[in-house]
Design a protein around this ligand. Structure first.
Ligand code: ADP
Ligand code: MG
Length: 245
């Protein structure tokens, strides 16, 4: 794929002696939506954290929007700006209001005026359907609302790519849907390139172009969602799906 917005080639990573990513190759096309699944400890978080350099790989190449991730801090800054990330545990600043959480990056990193940053923030709070929560602190919101704030906060930075690491797995069951709905809308309306680690198979079927299965640090299998779920080829994929479906 010559126009890949994200390219991992022969990526290997170790934590000490532990070989956590084994020869990972992945090309992501602009606008593509990928769901990554696999057993706990298989390296899913590590792989997506390498894409914005929250983790460092030791071998191979990672290129994001034409910039290779190396020790060059300038490249890392560029990529962090272009790649939004939403974590399992929201990671909002507890001492700032929702609106302040959303305007911090645009004001300090993108050098926007406060007024412009607030207008953008309100636009995205509308999009995640909680404009009325702007003046509250994160601790005053439900988990589902906090995660929607976290998604809005990423969008305020106008990223080219969004990475999600199990965004609904820390939520109470009744809040999962409201977050998934926001993500589905984002996928369908914005054409955003998305990589999402999740075991929400309904979400995968609805929005993913491709599902990737990882096990023990390797990409074992990948396919379009229907083919992936209905007709898994690898024994380990079958075992995994039988445990979660
Ligand atoms: P997943 O997201 O698929 O559950 P992770 O990428 O979080 O898997 O972790 C993969 C493996 O690497 C696990 O065995 C985990 O214990 C190990 N690991 C993760 N982070 C670290 C770290 N900072 N230091 C050492 N080992 C780690
Ligand atoms: Mg993980």
């Amino acid at each position: 794929m010559s126009n890949a917005i994200i390219r991992l080639q022969g990526v290997n990573k170790w934590y000490g002696q532990f070989h956590v990513l084994r020869n990972v190759n992945l090309d992501v096309a602009p606008g593509e939506r990928i769901v990554i699944c696999g057993p706990s400890g298989s390296g899913k978080s590590t792989m997506i954290r390498c894409i914005n350099r929250l983790e460092e790989h030791q071998q191979g190449q990672i290129v994001v929007d034409g910039t290779e991730l190396t020790n060059d801090l300038k490249n890392i800054e560029t990529i962090r700006r272009d790649v939004g990330m939403v974590f399992q545990h929201f990671n909002l600043f507890p001492h700032l209001t929702v609106l302040e959480n959303l305007t911090l990056g645009p004001v300090w990193v993108l050098k926007k005026s406060k007024a412009e940053a607030e207008a953008t923030a309100m636009k995205y709070l509308e999009r995640v359907r909680i404009p009325d929560q702007a003046k509250k602190f994160p601790g005053q919101l439900s988990g589902g609302q906090q995660q929607r704030v976290a998604i809005a906060r990423s969008l305020c930075m106008n990223p080219k790519v969004m990475l999600f690491d199990e965004p609904t797995s820390a939520l109470d069951p009744e809040m999962v849907k409201e977050v998934l709905d926001v993500m589905v809308t984002l996928a369908q309306e914005s054409g955003m390139t998305m990589l999402c680690v999740t075991h929400e198979m309904g979400f995968a079927r609805k929005v993913a172009n491709r599902v990737i299965f990882m096990d023990r640090g390797e990409i074992i299998e990948q396919n379009a969602p229907d083919a992936f779920f209905d007709n898994p080829r690898n024994e380990r994929t079958r075992l995994f799906l039988s445990q979660i479906l």
